[in-house]
Design a protein around this ligand. Sequence first.
Ligand SMILES: [Fe+2]
Ligand SMILES: [Fe+2]
Length: 193
Amino acid sequence: MDTQAAAHGHHHFERATEVLKQEHRLIEKVLAAVEKLAGHPGPIPVEPWEKAIDFIRNFADKCHHLKEEGLLFPMLEEHGIPREGGPVGMMLMEHEEGRGYVRGMAAALAAAKGDAEGAKKQLAENARAYLRLLKEHIAKEDQILFEMADAHIGPQGQRRLLEQFEEHEREEMGPGVHEKYLEIANELERFNG
Ligand SMILES: [Fe+2]
Ligand SMILES: [Fe+2]
C-alpha cells in the first residue's frame, strides 16, 4: 500500500472514498501500535503513547473523521441518504463514542505519574474499547458506507468532494501536518512492546 501518496495530495484519486480508505490503512497502522502499547508489560511507555494519542486526535479525528462528518455525510445527504438514523447516524455515534475513549486514554496518561497502576489499567481498558470500536467502524465504512456513497455520488460529486478534502487539509490541518502524521504512524509501527 502506498501511504507515501497520502502526503502528496489527492490528485491521483478519482473517488473521494479512495482517499478515506487510504487514510483507514494509515489509522490501522497506529491501531496495531496501540494494541502493542496496551499489552506492554512494565512501566507505561509514555512517549509512544503520547504520539499515538496525538495521531488519533489530530489525524484520525480532526483530519479523517471531520472529512466524513463535514464533507462526505453532507454530500450523502444531498443524495438522499439522511444524516439522522441509518448508517450515517451510526457512524456519527461511533465517532463520538471513540472520542470518549480517547479522552479516557489521555486522562490515564496524564495521571500515570501519580498512580501508575491505576493509570495503566485505565489506559488499557480505554485503548481496548477504542480498538474494538474503531476496527469495526472502519470495516463498516469500507464495506458498507463507502460502497453506498460510490453508488449514489457520481463522478462530479466525487470530484467536488476531493476538492473539499484538499481544502480541509489546507485550511484545517495546515502545511506539512499530513506528512508529520505519516511519519508518526511509521515510527509507531516500529514500536516493539
Ligand atoms: Fe468514520
Ligand atoms: Fe473513516
